[in-house]
Ligand binder design. Structure first.
Ligand code: PMT
Length: 210
């Protein structure tokens, strides 16, 4: 049966002042591969994406956002329409507490900026948004990958978490390949290194089986 997927992808950009921002190394390749693969399988797809230099897969409903707050708002608005939500975006956990109206001047030898926590979008799905569909998170880890991913699975109410080791240069951020573990409550299924599109087909198949 055809389903409606909501997929988050790419980085967020948190402004520091009118000309600078804080971001991360996410290219969007993983999220866009998931969107393209789900669409190719005939599903409806809503792709909520931070700034990426990629072509939007054909036939996908595309919602561009910049900041974590904007991504939160877009997910809040659209998640109830989806059957399966997959959170592949690398969302900034913090943003500057205050964004000045004008460019920050080079005055002292050091510069201190206070950060405040961004909303946890995935963590809000079950609680704030009351989402009852299939919920799949990602976990970007540099150590204790499986253990940390299982913690996220439990805290955020996911059906499974796609865990990747982002300390490796050959997979994860900005690579066309990935090697992931699908972490469920009671077991873990490793998927061997493959291109992100092929892995996406596997992830989608597991999501549809829930
Ligand atoms: O975009 P690519 O270059 O292809 O790289 C792919 C990837 C490495 C970005 C991807 O495979 C990946 O791991 N995505 C998750 C990145 C991340 O921020 O993971 P996390 O462990 O910090 O967050 C856990 C989960 O919570 C993720 O599903 C994340 O989307 C979500 N989250 C995190 C913080 C936040 N404020 N809101 C969220 O929804």
């Amino acid at each position: 049966m055809k389903k409606h997927f909501l997929i988050t992808a790419g980085p967020t950009r948190e402004p520091l002042d009118p000309v600078r921002y804080l971001t991360n190394r996410s290219s969007g390749k993983m999220g866009y591969a998931l969107a393209g693969a789900a669409r190719h399988e005939g599903h409806r797809v809503t792709l909520i994406s931070g700034p990426c230099d990629l072509d939007v897969p054909e036939g996908v409903d595309y919602l561009p956002v910049e900041t974590a707050a904007e991504m939160y708002g877009a997910v809040e608005r659209y998640i109830a329409k989806s059957d399966i939500a997959i959170f592949a975006a690398a969302v900034a956990d913090y943003r500057p507490a205050h964004v000045p109206e004008h460019k920050i001047k080079k005055t002292g030898d050091t510069l201190t900026i206070d950060f405040i926590k961004n909303p946890d979008i995935l963590g809000s799905a079950r609680t704030e948004f009351g989402y009852e569909g299939t919920l799949i998170g990602f976990a970007a880890e540099t150590e204790n990958v499986e253990e940390n991913a299982r913690g996220k699975l439990q805290r955020k109410g996911c059906d499974f978490v796609v865990a990747n080791d982002v300390s490796r240069k050959d997979i994860g951020f900005d690579s066309s390949e990935n090697e992931v573990m699908l972490v469920f409550a009671e077991h873990t299924e490793p998927l061997p290194k493959d291109d992100k599109y092929q892995l996406s087909l596997d992830i989608i198949a597991r999501a549809l089986a829930i």
